[in-house]
Design a protein. Structure first.
Length: 241
């Protein structure tokens, strides 16, 4: 079953075409990575999928056309985006940022978030320690944990992540990618946009290379990791020790 799929998706800012004829499948329970250079259109793609932009072509979510569905309803149906800049409310506490993550479910009549809160805090114990701290006082790694935790409060079925490792120390990058793998094991489908191509291909089941607004390569992540052009352009050849 496909959790998310696109058919000939395109987008242009005025006369500048950013995306052309994009076809991507995200099978349920998988991690699909989208890699490519800066300016290739990766973030634009995520914004189009989330409904923040109106693309041409078709976007299907579990077989349903998303075109008539607004952003709030997409979140309510289980589609969630963690943007590159985290978009936290800096003057609000960790507790209140997490509570906002469950707002769509509150609108749907569900008033208790305790089970979700307990699950998030079990996954991110550091957030419990910073429970009443304002978001702007958190470290980069803590802010990423909070952004992921806030997204999980909505019980997403499909989680889209834009550059989750950006600006993080290597030890924290490993931790964030471990958490992403755990989410897949828990049944969350993930579309991962990531500049760290090596880490993205190591964790993904399938991957697409987006260049100049179009898909130039795609295949099983393990196969792409061994593709000579991908190695030369995005991974670099490791020097023998």
């Amino acid at each position: 079953m496909l959790a998310l799929e696109t058919h000939s998706v395109g987008f242009a800012y005025g006369k500048a075409t950013v995306l052309r004829d994009i076809n991507i499948d995200v099978p349920a329970g998988s991690i699909v990575s989208l890699i490519g250079p800066n300016g290739a259109g990766k973030t634009t793609m995520l914004m189009a999928l989330m409904g923040l932009l109106r693309p041409t072509g078709q976007v299907l979510y579990y077989g349903n056309n998303l075109a008539p569905i607004d952003v709030e309803d997409r979140v309510g149906r289980g589609l969630c985006l963690v943007p590159e800049r985290r978009e936290l409310f800096g003057d609000m506490t960790v507790r209140d940022n997490l509570a906002l993550g469950g707002f769509s479910r509150w609108l749907g009549g569900q008033r208790s978030f305790q089970a979700e809160t307990d699950s998030v805090l079990a996954r991110f114990p550091r957030l419990r320690e910073r429970w009443l701290s304002h978001a702007h006082t958190l470290s980069g790694g803590e802010r990423q944990m909070l952004a992921l935790g806030r997204a999980l409060m909505s019980r997403p079925k499909v989680l889209m992540l834009d550059e989750p490792s950006l600006g993080l120390a290597p030890i924290m990058v490993r931790e964030i990618f471990r958490i992403i793998a755990d989410l897949r094991a828990a049944g969350v489908s993930i579309l991962l946009v990531e500049q760290n191509a090596r880490a993205a291909l190591e964790i993904a089941d399938y991957a697409y290379v987006l260049e100049n607004g179009a898909i130039s390569l795609h295949g099983a992540a393990r196969e792409l990791a061994g593709n000579a052009r991908v190695v030369d352009t995005y991974l670099g050849r490791r020097t023998a020790q």
